[in-house]
Ligand binder design. Structure first.
Ligand SMILES: C[S@@+](CC[C@H](N)C(=O)[O-])C[C@H]1O[C@@H](n2cnc3c(N)ncnc32)[C@H](O)[C@@H]1O
Length: 221
């Protein structure tokens, strides 16, 4: 792996080389809740950001959605492609290596639902998150859903380790941007804020918000 690549990206690439199934085979609770909402709201196409090795991606495909998934870890993307092929879902899963700090490789107003689990709390500044939110807005059709989860400031790792500015801390080589409710509200940016749900994940446990936003149906694009 070249030394020149972003240290956090390098960290994630190495993670998926060392532990290809790091997050397990089962879908996340957040992915399951999003699938229920998407099904109820008639969503057919999902854009998943930061899909990792695809625990939620494959679940969405099994539930009958068409999924485009982006992650900057090439190793994770390869893992998703393999898994999709192995279970015969290669036609409904389109996995691409992409850094979400750059414009999303998706046409305007073509996606019904955008989902991301623990991507918005990665190593990104608030201006980068605002730009990403504008990109999610651009690719969603009017009435489309934007569901994301973030580790929040009640998390046991908040304030621990190397401080990288804002509410960003690094422990064990992983940088996390912890969210409070004010940050969630700052990133609403014209969406309708439908819900902020709190939940836990894992043994730490990680403490998270699941944020549900909707692009107003009466928007021009
Ligand atoms: C905490 S993991 C979550 C993975 C997956 N959503 C899950 O829950 O199983 C965050 C993921 O975001 C990816 N990621 C972090 N920053 C990114 C960026 N700027 N662009 C694209 N992917 C990124 C990492 O490679 C990693 O796979």
């Amino acid at each position: 792996m070249p030394d020149s690549i972003d240290p956090q990206r390098k960290q994630w690439e190495q993670t998926y080389i060392d532990k290809p199934g790091m997050f397990g085979e089962q879908p996340s609770a957040a992915g399951q809740a999003a699938a229920d909402l998407f099904e109820q709201e008639g969503v057919a196409t999902i854009l998943e950001l930061g899909g990792g090795h695809g625990r939620d991606t494959l679940f969405f495909a099994r539930r009958g959605f068409d999924v485009t998934v982006l992650d900057y870890a090439v190793q994770g993307v390869a893992e998703i492609e393999n898994r999709a092929r192995n279970v015969g879902h290669e036609d409904s899963v389109n996995a691409t290596a992409h850094d979400v700090r750059t414009p999303l490789p998706v046409a305007d107003a073509t996606v019904d639902g955008c989902f991301s689990h623990m991507l918005f709390c990665m190593a990104m500044s608030t201006p980068e998150l605002e730009a990403l939110t504008r990109e999610v807005w651009r690719v969603l059709r009017p009435g489309g859903w934007h569901v994301y989860t973030v580790r929040n400031t009640s998390d046991p790792h908040f304030g621990v380790g190397i401080h990288h500015g804002e509410d960003r801390y690094e422990t064990g080589g992983y940088q996390v941007h912890f969210f409070n409710r004010q940050k969630v509200e700052q990133l609403v940016q014209g969406f309708e804020l439908t819900a902020i749900d709190e939940f836990d994940e894992g043994v730490l446990p990680r403490r998270l918000f699941r944020v549900t936003l909707r692009k107003p149906a009466n928007t021009a694009t």
